[in-house]
Design a protein around this ligand. Structure first.
Ligand code: BG6
Length: 526
């Protein structure tokens, strides 16, 4: 196959041949993320030439209508961000080749019939390898696994793998997550299960490990001797959109915290793994999540704040409140914002609070980790005008302005000793030409090549749920919700939560520490 024009992938080998079966092929995830990602992998020469992709769903489709439906959607989106749009002619040519891989099986995956058809399909394929992808509603994950097991489709033979990819949400609480793990492990081994957390597909999330463990600079300071506290934020400006059927049952905590936010926490807090391999890394992550202090219900209530967005103005536009959104139940008590404090009780982090927050309809889209260092131990400059030393902050921007920024003190020019906070920064876009990607490309490539490093293991999932369980139980006893206007960064209680500890939230959408207004020197001149 011709190698891709994307020089970045020149040395990456194509994955071996497989047949990929996608359950829930008519769903949103497939057209918005999976197919565009597979298309990108194909464009970059990372799929075997013979690989086939089979969509499975109830809807009456065939290969032709399935391809057309995806093509129409992707063509509409091409001008937007998700699909390559730099050269529509190239897109067209690639698409024509790519769509030959796409097929459709109409059927009900809660009945045995479709699994017989899948067996037949594999028997006629070039390879016995099969990747099954559950892109369905989470109610079906266990059922699909059970039926795959019953049809003996998960039995691996010499040289042929069988793998199952499971989307989120993985369970609804600790008990249901445990039950689902047990159900999956009844019919296959852990090394066949790929539990997706799409945050781990983000370059900047993976970069946390490189920044920490490939540089000598950060690690000596990465502990409770030098770090005062850590803030992890995933702020979104979007509302519930068309997902109320799912979201109104889940809420911000279940939707974002035990998975995405805890994965960020784990990346920041883990010990250096003994080797750069799936098990070594996942052992360390699991240990960190296990070290999260289990709050009592009173402590969980005290250390958390929940909120729900109300009508407000965002980007100059009036937007409705959560209760007015289509599909939200009248009298819903679902939170769209959560802030919480957790403590990681281990040698490195004891005494360092981790403040986490996430919400919809906040002031800006911003996923970041803000690390606040302790102030300098002794202020030599106390006789000068500068009484108070400001802390150093390291801001790791996950999205949308990917990069890292460091705030530090410097002397302002002039006869008097006056200090200013300035920043050093690294923006991804200044150094790398990042192709248009969805974030799923790396994860899909890893499923195809059998690398589980960026996937959640059964114990990591359960440790995540165990840590949020006290919050869920505390809220079940008291489901009062505080409102916040769309465009605000959560309710007053979220600010009180951190202010009680003498700290404040890092401003959403600002790649510097609190209180710092970086004005370039030239701009200050008259
Ligand atoms: C999903 C959540 O897992 O992550 C959504 O279900 C959320 O509610 C999304 O909007 C955020 O992902 P990203 O990649 O846009 O930050």
């Amino acid at each position: 196959m011709a190698r891709p024009e994307n020089a970045q992938y020149q040395s990456t080998p194509a994955a071996e041949d497989t047949t990929m079966f996608i359950f829930g092929a008519s769903g949103d995830l497939v057209k918005r993320l999976l197919i565009p990602s597979l298309y990108h992998l194909d464009r970059d020469g990372l799929l075997d030439e013979r690989m086939q992709i089979v969509g499975i769903d109830l809807a009456a489709n065939d290969d032709v209508t399935f391809r057309q439906h995806l093509k129409d959607f992707i063509a509409d989106k091409a001008a937007a961000s998700h699909v390559e749009s730099r050269d529509s002619e190239v897109t067209k040519a690639h698409w024509q080749r790519f769509e030959q891989r796409l097929h459709y099986l109409q059927g009900d995956f809660t009945k045995d019939e479709i699994f017989t058809q899948i067996s037949r399909y594999i028997a006629q394929a070039n390879t016995g390898n099969a990747l099954f992808y559950c892109a369905t509603s989470s109610n079906f994950f266990g059922e699909i696994a059970k039926r795959l097991g019953k049809a003996r489709l998960l039995e691996e033979s010499e040289g042929n793998y069988r793998r199952l990819v499971v989307e989120k949400p993985f369970g609804h609480d600790l008990e249901s997550a445990r039950a689902l793990n047990a159900q999956l492990l009844e019919v296959m081994n852990e090394n066949q299960i790929y539990r997706i957390d799409h945050f781990l597909g983000k370059e900047t999330v993976q970069n946390i490990l490189v920044a920490r463990f490939a540089n000598v600079l950060f690690e000596p300071f990465w502990n409770n001797h030098y770090i005062d506290h850590i803030q992890i934020t995933a702020a979104e400006t979007i509302g519930v959109e068309k997902r109320a059927a799912f979201y109104d049952k889940a809420g911000a905590m279940r939707d974002m915290v035990p998975n995405h936010l805890f994965q960020l926490l784990a990346m920041v807090a883990i010990e250096p793994p003994a080797a750069f391999g799936a098990d070594a890394l996942r052992n360390e992550k699991s240990k960190v999540l296990e070290a999260i202090r289990p709050w009592t219900l009173e402590e969980a209530a005290h250390n958390s704040a929940r909120g729900r967005y109300e009508a407000g103005t965002l980007d100059g536009r009036r937007v409705p409140g959560y209760l007015e959104e289509e599909g939200v139940e009248a009298g819903s008590t679902t939170e769209t914002f959560v802030a919480m404090k957790v403590m990681v009780d281990n040698w490195r982090w004891v005494g360092v609070p981790f403040y986490l927050r996430t919400g919809k309809r906040m002031s800006a889209r911003d996923t970041e980790i803000a690390i606040c260092f302790k102030p300098a131990p002794y202020a030599q400059f106390r006789d000068t005008e500068v009484e108070r030393m400001t802390s150093n902050w390291l801001i790791i921007q996950i999205q949308p302005n990917e990069g890292m920024w460091f705030d530090f003190q410097t002397k302002r020019p002039g006869p008097e000793l006056k200090m200013d906070t300035v920043k050093m920064g690294f923006a991804y876009k200044d150094f790398f030409d990042l192709p248009a990607v969805t974030g799923y490309e790396t994860l899909l490539y890893d499923c195809l090549t059998g690398d589980q490093m960026l996937f959640q293991r059964a114990d990591t999932i359960e440790n995540g749920w165990r840590a949020v369980q006290p919050f869920l139980e505390a809220w079940a006893q008291d489901d009062r919700l505080e409102g916040y206007a769309a465009g605000d960064d959560g309710p007053a209680a979220a600010h009180e939560l951190i202010q009680r500890d003498g700290r404040r939230w890092h401003k959403v959408g600002e790649p510097t520490g609190p209180g710092v207004a970086p004005v370039p020197r030239r701009a200050r001149r008259p």
